[in-house]
Design a protein around this ligand. Structure first.
Ligand code: AMP
Ligand code: FE
Ligand code: FE
Ligand code: ZN
Length: 281
């Protein structure tokens, strides 16, 4: 067992390809000491994940990743959330209703843009799951299965990334609503991969000032999309705004084959600081 942890992972319950139990098994093989499951818009994998982690002696953290309404991709992660919190579950259910509507519209737009694809095709890309549980990576997979592209990044670039012709908005909560939901479910709120908003500290600083006023608790300083310079910048911003440091791979299995579980390395000290901060509340 190392002192390495991973606080950002996705299972097949959202848009990863490993089941929660298989994810725990892989974490064991990699020698990770603590792992958070942070599926998009759902905590449905947490019970299976916790049980499997217990088997391997791995500390599991119940998490969630929410896509906040903002002009860029702003994702807020909740860690240590109570997955039985009624208000949280109701809010997540609404997000999944929003997915159902958005996914049907995206299928229509893809057809209008010359891609022969059906709702059943995108469901098949997730073992027949209902439309409300489908994410854009599954839509991308279906486009590939139907012979219209070679890779998931290609489908995003050409059709379904924000601003591309077949992208359709879905229901999202404001950053403040995301932070409040996480707090009310007993969790801490962490800004995920800030580099997707900007790599420029002078753009991030005023945004972080606003988010910390709203109650943001932490920010990722380690992530598979960061280089060394950005990690150092993120650490400096955390110190300046009194934010806890977090980090993880953003593992999605075969849906993001270059992202490996447990990489980059995240030290166990991050989790200790989070627990100490919780204790002071
Ligand atoms: P959704 O929640 O259905 O809108 O899908 C969001 C997911 O799509 C994110 O979790 C990412 O995994 C994936 N994603 C978003 N943008 C891109 C991109 N440009 N290239 C590859 N995957 C992306
Ligand atoms: Fe994802
Ligand atoms: Fe994300
Ligand atoms: Zn993620």
């Amino acid at each position: 067992m190392t002192n390495r942890i991973d606080l950002h992972t996705h299972s097949s319950v959202s848009d990863g390809t490993y089941s929660p139990a298989a994810l725990a098994c892989l974490a064991h093989e990699k020698g990770l000491s603590a792992v958070a499951l942070t599926d998009h818009d759902t905590v449905d994998g947490t019970a299976e994940f916790r049980a499997a982690c217990e088997n391997y002696g791995i500390e599991s953290v119940s998490g969630i990743e929410l896509n906040a309404s903002y002009e860029k991709e702003m994702h807020i992660i909740g860690l240590f959330v109570n997955e039985n919190d009624k208000d949280l579950l109701a809010a997540l259910d609404k997000l999944r209703d929003g997915r159902e509507k958005r996914n049907a519209e995206m299928v229509k737009k893809l057809c209008e843009n010359g891609i022969d694809i059906s709702e059943d095709d995108i469901r098949d890309a997730k073992d027949g799951a209902p439309l409300r549980e489908i994410g854009r990576p599954h839509i991308a997979r279906a486009v590939i299965n139907n012979g219209f592209a070679e890779s998931i990044p290609e489908v995003f670039e050409k059709y379904i990334a924000v601003g591309k012709p077949c992208y359709v908005e879905r229901l999202r909560y404001s950053p403040e609503e995301c932070i409040n939901m996480i707090h009310e479910a007993g969790g801490i709120a962490v800004l995920a991969h800030p580099i997707f908003i900007s790599a420029d500290g002078s753009v991030l600083a005023p945004l972080l000032a606003k988010l910390t006023d709203m109650g943001l608790d932490g920010m990722e300083c380690r992530h598979s999309a960061f280089d060394r310079d950005f990690s150092l910048l993120a650490e400096k911003l955390c110190s300046r705004f009194g934010l806890l440091r977090s980090g993880g791979s953003d593992f999605h299995g075969e849906n993001k084959p270059t992202v490996l579980l447990g990489e980059p390395a995240v030290p166990y000290e991050y989790i200790e600081a989070m627990k100490a901060a919780e204790g002071k509340k």
